[in-house]
Design a protein around this ligand. Structure first.
Ligand code: ADP
Ligand code: ZN
Length: 215
């Protein structure tokens, strides 16, 4: 089973993708994570991506399409994958269709996580995570119990993403509504669009996703 999680920045795609990996044996393919790794490693892709990401703009289509195409060919994706953060515009969606057809693959579900845009800036600008174990936190909604220390593993290596500042978040949200939202009618037309309430609790969202994937 191959699926897409669609939703604005901060909608909770990453959190739910991790849950679906464990529960359904799927592999999460996050273009954002892959690009951040490329930036950290200073690769050619990373050099192209760095400034665009810091400005909240999209990295060129051919770059992300190439990354996804290579990644999907790897052995661990044979059992199915979750696309998180890709496609992000119509050109990428069309490239994805062509790529899947060529590889003899298909999409079963495109799931939109619906959220109220007003709360996204607060959700995103307050979030941080543990650089060692990956646990996610939020200043208000999920604070650590001991200042500066990860509850899960005791690490003091807590980080904020460089693009999680208010100005960049506003441009990311604008890019989402201008470029990515038009994908909803695109997938609706193919009859594979599903919707979940991303404002519900993490557990409730997980349950809705379970129901869709188990049906
Ligand atoms: P979010 O969805 O929370 O904004 P991501 O981690 O998915 O964050 O992406 C961070 C940044 O990486 C984006 O703002 C963009 O610059 C770049 N990026 C990620 N995926 C894509 C993509 N499919 N196409 C172009 N740029 C991308
Ligand atoms: Zn930790």
């Amino acid at each position: 089973m191959n699926i897409i999680l669609l939703g604005a920045p901060g909608a909770g795609k990453g959190t739910q993708a991790k849950m679906l990996e464990d529960k359904f044996g799927l592999v999460q393919l996050s273009t954002g994570d892959m690009l951040r790794a490329a930036v950290a490693a200073g690769t050619e892709v990373g050099k192209v991506a760095k400034d665009l990401m810091e400005a909240g703009e999209l990295v060129p289509d051919e770059v992300v399409v190439g990354i996804i195409s290579d990644r999907v060919d790897e052995e661990d994706c044979k059992g199915g994958f979750i696309l998180d953060g890709f496609p992000r515009n119509t050109a990428q969606a069309e490239a994805l269709d062509a790529m899947l057809e060529e590889k003899g693959l298909s999409l079963q579900h495109v799931i939109e996580m619906k959220v109220n845009p007003d709360i996204l800036v607060e959700r995103i600008t307050g979030r941080f995570s543990c650089g060692d174990c990956g646990a996610g936190y939020h200043d208000i909604y999920k604070p650590v119990s001991k200042e500066g220390t990860c509850d899960e593993c005791g690490s003091t290596n807590l980080n904020r993403r460089k693009d999680d500042n208010e100005e960049t978040v506003r441009s990311r949200l604008e890019v989402y509504s201008n470029e990515t939202e038009p994908l909803l009618p695109y997938y609706q037309g193919k009859g594979i669009l599903r919707q979940v309430d991303g404002m519900a609790s993490m557990d409730a969202v997980a349950e809705e996703l379970n129901a869709i994937l188990s049906a």
